[in-house]
Design a protein around this ligand. Sequence first.
Ligand SMILES: *Cc1c(COP(=O)(O)O)cnc(C)c1O
Length: 347
Amino acid sequence: MMTFRIDKLIRPNVAKLKPYSSARDEFEDFDADMVFIDANENPNETDVNRYPDPQQRKIKEVLAKQKNVRTANILLGNGSDEVLDLLYRAFCEPGTDNIITLPPTYGMYKVLADINNVENREVLLSADFQPKVPEILEKADENTRILFLCSPNNPTGNSFSGETVEKLLKDFGGLVVIDEAYIDFSDKESWLSALAVYPNLVITQTLSKAYGMAGIRLGICYASEEIIAVLNKIKPPYNVNGLTQKRALKRLLEPEKVKTEVIEIKEQKALLFKELLEVSYVSEVFRSDANFILARVDDAGKRYGQLVARGIVTRNRTTQPLCQNCLRFTVGTPEENKRLVQALGEL
Ligand SMILES: *Cc1c(COP(=O)(O)O)cnc(C)c1O
């Protein structure tokens, strides 16, 4: 096992930073019966006339309870995309450091690497869509800061094997970010319970998928207290707006509703999986732990166009490595899935 020292990974300018302290940071008790004349707000009530809680404490308290972590292990962002960007900005020196991604995978890791002028080293997944551990460790050098593992992986839908992930957590010298955007659809365990074991583990989750709240933009990062403290230093003070905080809290307090929807989506996925296997021009349907299915067809461009003509928009992943002629189908409502199956049958 590598010895992990976070101070060796932080960008020097970030290590030196003192976080900006907003009005709402300095006086914390929001609900107290006080006269708030510290932030130049309009005092007239509009429901959103006050700046939001920069630390989103109510949401974090609920998450901490539900996920069995401490609030100091949580950072919230304007979608996971902001959380991922903060990781680059805290740990990757532009023009010097590099990160490793494993295509085919979520496109934002590369986009953010390009935006932050950080070299993206790619190691393709194996033919069965698993990380190739020796190749990954071989690709890393003293400037490699982050390894992105997306599990369940987008667009392939599979989860990475526990053994493989554990090996990487032990032997990779930088941060290992496990993107669990689809974890709520999976029967496999989250890596959250391993937070205490691996100081280099960072887990991201989101309210955009299973929780049905892509429109409010709320991403979640779980990591050691030290890593969270670094990210807190560089995040914009009010990065999660007040409307988002309200709606997120309400949704998080109805976990049974979310669970019911997830169960229905998983049932629909199983149906769709079977239906896809029956389609004559579908040659391969990949097992999915997420809320979408990747399938290989005879000609992805042609089938994509035919489906659009029938009012159905899928995601053509054919340009991704290992995904030649593959379309990705998100599981919709029962009615939407019926429409898809009918259209597939007509082509
Ligand atoms: C959809 C998705 C997300 C969600 O990003 P948000 O910014 O939270 O909406 C994150 N990671 C992966 C792999 C995704 O597919």
